[in-house]
Design a protein around this ligand. Structure first.
Ligand SMILES: [Zn+2]
Length: 490
């Protein structure tokens, strides 16, 4: 409720600043004289950014244009808040209820007890609840042997947001795209994509579409070859059982990929998990790599108040012992939490304000039942390293103005530090430092470790196609031109 209320008020507040003619006149005057003001590089950059941001907000529009801009921003703020609330409500509403434990074959003991506890929490004693993660892919699809249940989980996952219920987002998405197209037109751009890209490092739609066109055919080709291999596994398995074969479907992909992975590389994900205990991965993997690379040291703090008991807090020190930042790790999924994984700066670094950064990583790792260890999938390990790359970007910030701190860089640059940090996850000396059995402390056997590394390209056709198709779809939606009618044309 607060979000919906404040989203509109904050949008109006931003417009009151950025569409204020007197303020803009002052900024424009400074912008035009910037070369003669004897400014340092940071001040010069600040003026250029501020000027650009006012322009992009509509500072040069006439009175009618400004009024329309304010109305668009107010409506978009409302729609944005409703969209997020629908997504969250839908995640909780769309959990899959399972009647019998037999159907859960393939899940491990911890997952089954967590599913029973989740059902009980909703008053469904004796049943099982498979909570959906806020991503299209659902990790349990790799494990569930019951094909009909896999189909139910998959269909529940992809139907979210378009089920015609109270949380349906389809009309809302269409309206947002229309408003974005209209706003772009108002600001002199052909499409929303052009408006956004002007301020990114890619600059143009041609650059983005060219990159997508270059990558997509190879990715799709590789995914088709992977699909054929999976079909062969299905055919062979069904023949061995004297059962008719079936055509590989979307809900089969993860499940048979795991079988094929086991066949090709002699391991499956579940063999890895005991070596990937969460805190061990964080402290002896992620922090260790940052220590080796940048000399950082981490010390847990328990004296600071946190917004949830599961949040871990660390002081982060430079090699010389001076404090660099405070780092928060909020790693478990909760019903009230947004899906996915992200980094957040709660306090921006700023020389002007004499502030050191407070930076957090948020993940959605399923919380095990009480007393059970949190064992990560390889994907979650990679995500942890990835998000910590963003955290490093925030913590190493060394600027005067908070508006330029940390990750406040073009969106299409911001993934660079995180992608780089991901590569340390399987760096042999780093992996050897954290991949230890949670019970015995024994290191992950070298042979298993080598298999992990050898399997890195496995299923990459699918993984690349998955994100490239999402990127292409997004690009296509936002290439609509506003024609003055209610509907934009593609
Ligand atoms: Zn990222």
């Amino acid at each position: 409720k607060l979000q919906a209320d404040y989203a509109t008020r904050l949008a109006a507040h931003r417009d009151a600043i950025q569409l204020n003619p007197k303020l803009f006149a002052r900024i424009e005057a400074l912008y035009q004289r910037r070369a003669a003001l004897g400014l340092g590089a940071q001040e010069q950059r600040l003026i250029e950014r501020q000027y650009q941001q006012f322009l992009r907000a509509g500072a040069k529009l006439d009175e009618d244009g400004k009024a329309r801009m304010k109305a668009i921003n107010a409506e978009m703020a409302q729609l944005g808040a409703r969209f997020n609330q629908n997504v969250l409500a839908e995640v909780n509403d769309s959990a899959v209820v399972v009647d019998s434990v037999e159907e859960l074959k393939g899940l491990d003991e911890e997952q089954i007890s967590a599913a029973a506890a989740a059902a009980k929490a909703r008053g469904l004693d004796g049943k099982y609840l498979i909570a959906l993660l806020n991503t299209t892919g659902q990790p349990v699809l790799a494990q569930l042997e019951n094909r009909a249940l896999r189909q139910r989980v998959y269909e529940a996952s992809v139907a979210r947001g378009s089920r015609g219920n109270a949380f349906d987002n389809t009309a809302l998405v269409s309206r947002v795209v229309t408003l974005r197209a209209e706003r772009a037109r108002l600001l002199g751009f052909a499409t929303h994509a052009d408006f956004v890209l002007k301020d990114e490092t890619a600059k143009t739609q041609q650059a983005v579409n060219g990159m997508l066109r270059q990558l997509a055919p190879s990715a799709v080709g590789a995914a088709r070859r992977e699909g054929a291999e999976l079909q062969a596994v299905i055919d062979r398995e069904q023949a061995a059982r004297h059962q008719p074969s079936f055509k590989l479907a979307a809900w089969d992909w993860s499940f048979y990929s795991e079988k094929l992975r086991a066949e090709k590389y002699g391991f499956d994900e579940s063999q890895l998990k005991p070596y990937l205990e969460m805190r061990n991965v964080l402290e002896n993997g992620v922090f260790y790599a940052a220590g080796q690379l940048y000399g950082l040291k981490f010390k847990e703090r328990r004296d600071l108040p946190v917004y949830h008991p599961d949040v871990l807090v660390y002081d982060v020190f430079n090699a010389d012992g001076s404090q660099l930042a405070i780092f928060l790790a909020d790693l478990y999924a909760r019903p009230s939490k947004r899906g996915g994984a992200w980094m957040n700066a709660y306090v921006d670094q700023s020389g002007l304000m004499n502030q050191k950064p407070v930076v957090a990583n948020h993940l959605n790792i399923p919380k095990p039942a009480d007393g059970k260890p949190t064992l990560l999938t390889w994907d979650e390990v990679t995500t942890l390293f990835h998000e910590f790359g963003h955290a490093l970007h925030g913590m190493f910030s060394n600027v005067k103005y908070p508006s330029m701190a940390g990750t406040k860089v073009p969106r299409d640059f911001v993934e660079y530090p995180s992608q780089v940090n991901e590569m340390w996850a399987d760096w042999p000396s780093v992996l050897a430092n954290y991949a230890k059995h949670y019970k015995t402390g024994e290191p992950m056997p070298r042979a298993l470790l080598d298999k992990v590394l050898a399997a890195k390209q496995f299923n990459q056709g699918f993984a690349s196609t998955e994100y490239l198709s999402a990127a292409s779809l997004d690009q296509r939606w936002h290439s609509c031109r506003w024609t003055g009618s209610r509907r934009p044309t593609a």
